[in-house]
Design a protein around this ligand. Structure first.
Ligand SMILES: CC(C)c1onc(-c2c(Cl)cccc2Cl)c1COc1ccc(-c2ccc3[nH]c(C(=O)O)cc3c2)cc1
Length: 231
């Protein structure tokens, strides 16, 4: 049967896409990726600065997700803490798969590879980046996928599971229709997006990455310590 996007769904896509495009890391932060010299310490410091800036941008974006601010306040925090790493994988993947004109793809990749992270995380991380790049997601799909990742009900400490599930379901319905309309030649495209749940395993790797950085006495910013429960 014909897939129709309703007026409300179109308004939802417009609001989420506008918020996603509006919330970018400031140029003076990302420009540093080009300027500072390369050493494991310098790369780690830069990535920490960019990640901190990205978390601030993520909080602003999340506040513009229709319905998010009407969720229980503690649940809003639990959703942000639970999804930050995955949302940042998605955003940095966009940069590394040359989806962003301003993206400093090469230098970002170089700095991630040489930031003192142990080899065992490098392979799964860059495989994930490669699989994201191969999906050639549109901007709307990126924005909706980030929204759906943030609205994952089964994060630790989420109390009103159903309220979050209802919001996520609304967004999933829109994304499902968009995928059919924007990738007609690939009927199982939406299912491929769903396979990004490998994001969760990366979340697991990331927790170990943080521990290995910490044991080598790497410092994080207060915001990252708060959102990732480190220190
Ligand atoms: C705290 C630091 C060391 C860190 O710990 N884990 C990760 C970490 C890692 Cl490596 C991988 C994946 C997720 C995390 Cl969360 C990071 C670095 O995280 C980020 C790296 C890059 C970006 C990012 C986002 C948007 C951008 N736009 C541009 C631009 O040039 O326009 C550059 C850019 C960079 C965001 C987070």
């Amino acid at each position: 049967e014909k897939v129709e996007i309703t007026k409300e769904q179109r308004a939802l896509i417009k609001a989420i896409l506008a918020a996603y495009d509006r919330h970018q890391i400031p140029q003076d932060v990302t420009k540093k990726l080009l300027q500072e010299q390369y050493s494991a310490e310098e790369n780690f410091l830069l990535l920490t600065e960019v990640a901190t800036s990205q978390v601030q941008v993520l909080v602003e974006f999340t506040k513009n997700i229709p319905g998010f601010l009407s969720l229980d306040r503690e649940d809003q925090i639990a959703l942000l803490k639970g999804s930050a790493v995955e949302a940042m994988f998605l955003r940095s993947a966009q940069v590394l798969s040359k989806k962003m004109p301003s993206g400093h793809t090469e230098v970002l990749e170089e700095r991630i590879r040489k930031s003192g992270m142990s080899e065992e995380f490098m392979t799964p991380m860059f495989n994930f980046y490669k699989s994201i790049g191969e999906l050639h997601m549109t901007q709307e799909e990126q924005a909706l996928l980030t929204t759906i990742t943030i609205l994952t009900p089964d994060r630790p400490y989420v109390k009103s599971h159903e309220a979050v599930e209802r919001l996520q379901e609304t967004m999933l319905n829109v994304l499902r229709k968009l995928c059919v309309l924007q990738h007609p030649q690939e009927p199982q495209y939406f299912a491929r997006l769903g396979r990004l749940t490998e994001l969760r395993t990366l979340h697991h790797y990331h927790a170990e990455m943080l521990t290995s950085w910490k044991t080598n006495d790497h410092k994080f910013t207060p915001l990252l310590c708060e959102i990732w429960d480190v220190q």
